[in-house]
Design a protein around this ligand. Structure first.
Ligand code: IPM
Ligand code: MN
Length: 351
């Protein structure tokens, strides 16, 4: 199979972790006789530095011509504490989501038996936790009308039925292949948009009689993720609730450096680790590339290369089980970022 992949490494540790994922993809090409054509493009702070624009037109064009986008990370501390900066790296990502129509952010929350002791939760609470968050990504308060007048500022939260429906169908389809339960997280006791979500999700759920649907208010969901995380199978929610809850959910596993994500759209889809650009670690070769490598596996799934994706996941699992990982995993064999890439690529070729 031949595929075109846009590679947007971005800022901070982005380029280092992407390099490891590319080693792994090269191993997959060799082993399975595929050809992945990579097309590098700028995004984030590095794009601002070089072009003045966090998402140059050329980058957008490359993404639109590709079968998928592999994304590292964006962000630079230079912008974080300057609310008046007119251009920001994050604008590149938000514009990319909107322009590519990436309406569903899919984040699996997976635990690894060898890493359970790193979880901030008690082992018996976190053991076996396996759910996936479907976060709406191109609507809501992120993209509603915003403005400021004198001492007043506003951000409107707007949703249409169709925006809710398309991600809801994806979430129910996913639940069908899992434990057949969808939990809609909202704030329907207060927000009109949440009441529209409830209405539309209930309507669609009628087409999935085999899937159980339940509802949680977002404040309660924040507590339940800590207290009883194993109750969840597919969590469905709007943009900002999903932003917050997916970060909360990622840390309870204890292995945030291993969690991948997919942002699915009508035109193309984008794969990225859930962690950020980790600026303090830039160039030190200490970042964990596994989340990016597992994101590449999700990308292969989207090409219907399931056996290939599974080989990557198995190699990562094997490596961890034999006690190899980056330093923060506190395993017997502490490895550099680049060594992890080499080890996983070698494992794939040996399998
Ligand atoms: C994420 C990030 C982004 C978001 C930022 C960088 C705009 O936190 O992907 O979750 O809030 O969506
Ligand atoms: Mn976030």
């Amino acid at each position: 199979m031949e595929k075109n992949i846009a590679v947007l490494s971005g800022d901070g540790i982005g380029p280092e972790v992407i390099e490891q994922a590319l080693k792994v993809l090269t191993a997959i090409e060799t082993k399975f006789n595929h050809k992945f054509h990579t097309h590098f493009a700028l995004v984030g702070a590095i794009a601002i530095n070089q072009t003045g624009n966090p998402l140059p037109e050329e980058t957008l064009a490359i993404c639109l011509q590709s079968d998928a986008v592999l994304f590292g990370a964006i962000g630079d501390p230079k912008y974080d504490n300057d609310p008046s900066a007119p251009v920001r790296p994050e604008q590149g990502l938000l514009r990319l989501r909107k322009s590519l129509g990436l309406f569903a952010n899919v984040r699996p929350v997976t635990t690894y038996p060898t890493l359970l002791s790193l979880s901030p939760l008690k082992e018996e609470k976190i053991k076996g936790v396996d759910f996936v968050i479907y976060r709406e990504l191109t609507g809501g308060i992120y993209f509603g009308e915003k403005g400021r007048k004198d001492d007043i500022a506003y951000d409107h939260c707007v949703y249409s039925r169709e925006e809710i429906a398309r991600i809801t169908r994806l979430a129910f389809d996913a639940a069908r292949l899992r434990r057949k339960k969808v939990t809609l997280v909202d704030k329907a006791n207060v927000l009109e948009t949440s009441r529209l979500w409830r209405d539309e999700v209930k309507r669609i759920s009628a087409q999935y009689p085999d899937v159980e649907l339940d509802f949680l208010f977002v404040d309660n969901a924040a507590m339940q993720i800590i207290q009883f995380p194993s109750q969840f199978d597919v969590m469905l929610t709007e943009n900002m609730f999903g932003d917050i809850l997916s970060d909360e959910a990622s840390v309870i596993t204890g292995s945030m450096g291993l969690l991948p994500s997919a942002s699915v759209g009508a035109k193309t889809s984008l794969y990225e680790p859930i962690h950020g650009s980790y600026p303090q670690a830039t160039g030190l070769d200490i970042a964990n590339p596994m989340a990016t490598i597992l994101s590449a596996a999700m990308m292969l799934d989207s090409f219907n290369l399931h056996a290939e994706a599974e080989v990557i996941r198995e190699s990562v699992k094997n490596l961890l089980e034999s006690g190899y990982g980056t330093a923060e995993l506190q395993l017997p064999h502490s490895c550099k970022c680049s060594e992890i890439g080499d080890l996983i690529a070698a494992k794939i070729l040996a399998m």
